[in-house]
Design a protein around this ligand. Sequence first.
Ligand SMILES: Cc1cc2nc3c(=O)[nH]c(=O)nc-3n(C[C@H](O)[C@H](O)[C@H](O)COP(=O)(O)O)c2cc1C
Length: 155
Amino acid sequence: MNIGIIVYSQTGNTLSIAKKLEEKLSAAGHSATLEEVKVVGERKQGDREFRLETLPDAGPYDALVFGSAVEAFSLSPVLTAYLKQIGALQGKKVACLVTQFFPYPWMGGNHAIRQMRRLCESKGATVCGSGVVNWMRLRRERTTVKAVDRLSRLF
Ligand SMILES: Cc1cc2nc3c(=O)[nH]c(=O)nc-3n(C[C@H](O)[C@H](O)[C@H](O)COP(=O)(O)O)c2cc1C
């Protein structure tokens, strides 16, 4: 399958998980391509005023994984803006990935996933699963392995 992994990652956490997923999907025989959503200039943490610089094209992919951080118990406004701006995702299989600092998905991760799911479904995608990585040290490794494994099995 031709899979695009499209992430916004301000401090590199989500990007590092996306790289692991890209490796795993490639090892399983898929064509996996990692692309980043970028903003113009330096974005201060939590800043809601920004302009998108790169809008990766979801069009060429059969399936997509979208990923970003949880910010203020919600989906990062940057990925939200990106998903609102892109074209239709009709006929595409989509999975959602978020990383968050707090240790449990109910501390923002689940809400961010629900927001991402709704945005993707509003563009016609079929959302087939999701993963939340909790960045706190004690849970990071376990939730990383679980999320990468779960997401890679969806395709
Ligand atoms: C402005 C801001 C708000 C945040 N809000 C939350 C939050 O509500 N819950 C949480 O668990 N982590 C929160 N975090 C932590 C990030 O979700 C976490 O560090 C994430 O892994 C960063 O991903 P990135 O490096 O890909 O940007 C917040 C971080 C920032 C900068």
